[in-house]
Design a protein around this ligand. Sequence first.
Ligand SMILES: [Zn+2]
Length: 156
Amino acid sequence: MPLNKDAASAGKVMTTMAPYPVVPVPDDWSRPYWEGAKEQKLMIQRCQSCGHYNHPPQFICLGCKERDTTLEFEPVSGKGTVYAWFIHHDTQVGGFEDRAPYLVAAIELEEQPRLLLTTNLLNIAFDEVELGMPVEVVWEKANDDITVPQFQPSPS
Ligand SMILES: [Zn+2]
């Protein structure tokens, strides 16, 4: 049974969020993530002491809380499952007013429980999204510097 019975968005499919009127601005903490994305690699910060992934990047490892560890970005598979999702109807988000409604989801990456990444869900009807469904990263070039990781259903 479809989870969403919203008549305004039932059956709607977003195939892209492009063109991107607003793009991320990398800072020292997120730069490795965005540099990886530009090469279509999903890079997540990982503790070199305990192996815990931290996302978004942290000052100290959230796994072991060790202050002296090294935190490095490592590539992950880009596969995961839908942990939470909603249909975004708010037209107050600057630059995306004309996109609403669209899907926003927290993806639990397969590398670690509760390793969550917030994204849009593309290429699926709004009323076909299910919690726990397998998804994979799909890359959207926003401009020459920024490529955005989005997610779509994994082929079955
Ligand atoms: Zn750690």
